[in-house]
Design a protein around this ligand. Structure first.
Ligand code: ACM
Length: 271
């Protein structure tokens, strides 16, 4: 199967312009899976909760989720994209997975970064893995995590234990270390990872956040199959081998997931 990330710079609060930028990139793209950045429709560094209120929307049923479903139907690709979700009084930093056959699945970011903590509710859906299909009808297991989730190896591990073959990772990275860490996440879980980051910068009260680009697709042996530069607006495409990813044995004795020893692990910090 073929997977792609779209790296671009969303415009703060300009949802229609952000749709237009993505639509221009989607033109002629012929792949099975497309991953867009975190909060692709809205921008990231919210100056107030009133700003967030303007652009947060229900999933499914909101205009961006609707538009994404149309793109999935028209391109024949499954699409994973980050957007601000409104659910009653709560707001989540969510990623939606939409399929060409009209299914919608939601992941709500579990590990909130920096001032996201003052704006969003932490995700309450765990780390779901869903079955989707390639354009040829081959089913595979897709997991989603969002940006700062990378810092917690438990996120990718939970998705791998849930059966994920591929992890989609919509991002708005500002810390420098993720591009070097995702090949490790891919290797230690023997999965493909697709990190779709944005570039550009946003300011709030004189504070500037610069997003580092460097979107990438990593393979189960820890190899970087495709990586963009820091400021490119572009699509990165790679071929993924679903048979190879499902064999997690290292040799006749060792298997990356089966050899875990949860009985020996510490799960809380010493006080
Ligand atoms: C981040 O989680 N957007 C840094």
């Amino acid at each position: 199967m073929k997977a792609a990330y779209l790296q671009f710079a969303p415009v703060y609060l300009d949802v229609e312009e952000n749709w237009a930028r993505v639509e221009a990139l989607l033109e002629g793209l012929d792949v099975d899976l497309i991953v867009l950045p975190e909060l692709f429709s809205s921008g990231y560094f919210f100056r107030s909760s009133a700003d967030l209120d303007q652009v947060a929307e229900p999933i499914p049923g909101g205009p961006t989720a609707q538009r994404l479903s149309e793109w999935a139907r028209d391109t024949g690709a499954t699409i994973v994209a980050g957007l601000p979700e409104r659910d009653g009084k709560r707001c989540y930093n969510s990623a939606v997975t939409v399929t060409p056959t009209g299914e919608t699945h939601t992941y709500r970011k579990v590990h909130l970064y920096y001032e996201e903590n003052a704006l969003f509710d932490p995700g309450d859906l765990g780390f779901p893995v869903v079955e989707v299909s390639t354009r040829d009808g081959e089913p595979y297991q897709l997991g989603v995590m969002v940006c700062f989730d990378w810092y917690f190896p438990e996120a990718a591990r939970s998705l791998a234990l849930g059966g994920a073959d591929v992890i989609a990772h919509p991002s708005n990275l500002v810390l420098p270390h993720c591009p070097e860490s995702m090949p490790i996440r891919a290797r230690e879980n023997h999965v493909y990872t697709i990190t779709a980051n944005r570039h550009g910068s946003e300011t709030k009260n004189g504070e500037e956040l610069t997003f580092i680009g460097l979107s990438e697709i990593c393979g189960p042996d820890g190899e970087v199959l495709r990586r963009s530069g820091r400021t490119d607006t572009e699509i990165g495409v790679a071929s993924l081998d679903l048979d190879a990813v499902r064999d997690r044995s290292l040799n006749a004795y060792n298997d990356v997931l089966m050899d875990r020893r949860p009985d020996a692990y510490v799960t809380s910090p010493a006080s």
